[in-house]
Every structure is written in C-alpha cells, then in structure tokens.
Design a protein around this ligand. Structure first.
Ligand code: KG4
Ligand code: ZN
Length: 337
C-alpha cells in the first residue's frame, strides 16, 4: 500500500491506496475553506498552520496500515511554498521512520490521474485542466510525453470565479457559489466580453473579464447595493462568458487534434454548466468526454496516490534528502500555485 499526502493549497488530505488493486482503502480531506472565506482567498501563512494541525490528525487514523506501507507519496510542486512544506516534512519523516521510499508527485499530474482512481490509465488523451492555479490544455501522448498546447496568460478559471465572488462579497471558494447563483440568473442580462474572441491566439485570458465584472458592479452602485437578482444575473453572465471563451479556444484545438478522448480535470471541472457545454462540443467533434468523480475534482490525496502507484511500479523513488519543494518566484510571493 501507498500512503499519499496532499497539502499544496488549502486542503489537508491523506489517502491509503492498495498497489495491486488500485483501490482507495482510506481517504480523508480537511478543507480550510471556512477559515479563509472571510479573506476572499487563501492566506498562505494561515493555511500552513492549519495543515500543521490537520495532517497529523488524519495521519493518526491511517496507523492500522503502517506495517503494510511500501512507499510514501507527497505533492512537492507546484503549490504554496509554506503549505507544501508541511506535507513534505511529514512525508520525509514517515519514509525515514518506516524505512520505505519516497515518491514526489507533481500536483498537476495528480489532477490528470484523478481520472484513473481505481481504474487503469488511458492514453492518448487531450486534457483541459481548470483549477484555482492553472488553466491549460495538455496533450497526453503517453504519461512520459505530455505537451502543453494552451495556457492562461493571466488568471486561471478557478481564480476568476473566486475573484468574481469576492467582488460581489460572496465568500470563498467562488466557483460553487457562482455556479449556484447562476442557476437562478439570466445569463443574457449583462453583455460581458468573451476574452480573446477576435484573436487567433490559442491561449486563455480571464483578467479582462474579471475587470469587466468589476466595472459592472461599480455601475450597479457597488456589491452592497446589488439586488439578489442582479447578483444571480451577473454570476450567470460571467459564467456564460467563461464557457464561451473555453469553448472557442477548445474548438480551435479540436480541429487540429485527432485524439478521440478528451477530459476536464481540476477543481473547476466540478462545474456542471461547463461539463454540459463540453458534452455538446465533444458530440459535435466525435470525441468522448471523461471527467473525474465530483469528490476527486478538487485537491485530494487519492489522485496523488493513484499517480504514485504508477511511479512505484516504475521505481521512481527519491531519498528524503532529494525530495525538495520546487518554488517559483511567483509562489515565493504567496501566489496560488
Ligand atoms: O483543483 P483545485 O481544488 O485547487 C487547485 O489546484 O488550484 O481548484 C480549486 C478551484 C477554486 O478556484 C474553486 O473556486 C474552483 O476550483 N471551483 C469551481 C467549482 N468548484 C470549485 N469553479 C467553478 N465552478 C465550480 N463548481
Ligand atoms: Zn489542484
């Protein structure tokens, strides 16, 4: 069995996965959403301290499996430096104490493997990854050969939902809040710009749309002055613009990519409105749409454990002194992922 640890952002999660059957024997996640909600986003220092409390609590419950463990897997990049460190420190200690190998896991590969929890892997595939930190289309030729075909030039999809909710004073995380409000709204009420609509670029951009939402809120007299219906209509109009943007760029990619299997992964892939739109697009292009079960769309240790099974079979191990966190300059400044 493999114990896997995920702490790249605001979810403390640990899973136990059986190597031979790929079965998830144990999985727990303690989310910090409530503690970050009043700030409208994740506060890295607070997140790190909450991981320091939650991770040992969860680990305690996995003790019955300790004597059967063959490896410890841990997310080591990308993510918030101070929160990744909590998981990495725990993983290094466990691997040393139990004298078993360590498997460092790239968080985004973990999201891709959320498609294969308790299942065999599948390739080639085209993947749309929409999370709080990333927006990209990846061609997975094989799991050794992945190519990024398009990426966001600024904000990610999840981030744009979070910021829209924050501007309307609605809490964090914004994705599920906006999706729920949009169900009661008129998506044609506000004419928000579809990003890069007239550009040939195969890329994503969400910051202009965010600014348009900000201006619309100002025009309505500010978040406090908005009626419930205005909030619902703005949420729906925003979500529609995001959908049209994603679909427009995906269409361009689909035209050149014969790969028949397409998947959406990452926290924002839980959005049913976006899923439905891709269901229709995939039918049009003769592609088969794959999504992960809802419980594994957002950050979780089960996807890290699933990746680790393949890494274990390929003996992709590291020793505790070699597992380090990889932090970019942007992340040092506290940016999400
Ligand atoms: O994958 P994830 O848990 O963390 C990162 O790796 O970033 O994604 C979290 C993001 C948040 O920005 C959250 O607002 C967004 O996923 N999200 C959604 C929905 N549920 C979560 N975005 C849109 N619609 C949703 N239903
Ligand atoms: Zn994630």
């Amino acid at each position: 069995m493999i114990v896997s640890i995920e702490s790249s952002c605001d979810d403390s999660s640990i899973a136990i996965t059986e190597i031979a059957t790929k079965k998830v024997l144990y999985h727990k996640k303690i989310s910090q959403e409530a503690q970050h909600a009043c700030y409208g986003g994740v506060v890295p220092e607070l997140a790190s301290r909450l991981h320091a409390v939650a991770l040992p609590q969860i680990l305690e419950e996995t003790k019955p499996w300790f004597d059967k463990l063959k490896a410890v897997a841990v997310t080591n990049q990308p993510g918030l430096g101070v929160t990744l460190l909590e998981g990495i420190a725990m993983a290094k200690t466990l691997a040393t104490l139990l004298n078993i190998p360590l498997i460092p896991v790239h968080h985004l590969k973990g999201h891709i493997y959320s498609l294969f929890i308790e299942k065999p892997t599948h390739s080639p595939m085209l993947i749309l990854l929409i999370s709080g930190g990333h927006t990209m289309v990846i061609r997975v030729e094989s799991f050794e050969k992945m190519e990024i075909l398009a990426t966001s030039m600024d904000d990610s999809v999840g981030e744009s939902f979070d910021k829209t909710a924050k501007m309307m004073g609605l809490g964090y995380p914004g994705g599920p809040i906006i999706e729920q409000l949009a169900l009661k709204g008129d998506e044609n009420r506000f004419d928000l710009p579809v990003p890069l609509r007239n550009s040939k670029l195969i890329a994503f951009s969400l910051s202009g749309l965010k600014n348009a939402v900000r201006l619309e809120i100002e025009r309505l007299g500010g978040a406090e002055a908005m009626s419930e219906q205005e909030r619902c209509d703005l949420a729906a109009s925003f979500q529609k613009a995001v959908k049209l943007h994603l679909l427009q760029k995906s269409k361009k990619i689909f035209k050149n990519e014969p790969v028949k299997d397409f998947a959406i992964v990452g926290g924002a892939s839980a959005n049913q409105y976006i899923r439905n739109a891709y269901e229709t697009l995939c039918k049009e292009f003769g592609k088969h749409l794959h999504v992960a079960p809802l419980e594994y769309c957002s950050d979780n240790a089960a996807m890290i454990g699933r990746y680790a099974i393949d890494a274990y079979e390929k003996k992709q191990f590291a020793t505790p002194d070699k597992v380090d966190l990889i932090v970019t300059k942007k992340q040092q400044q506290g940016a999400l992922l």
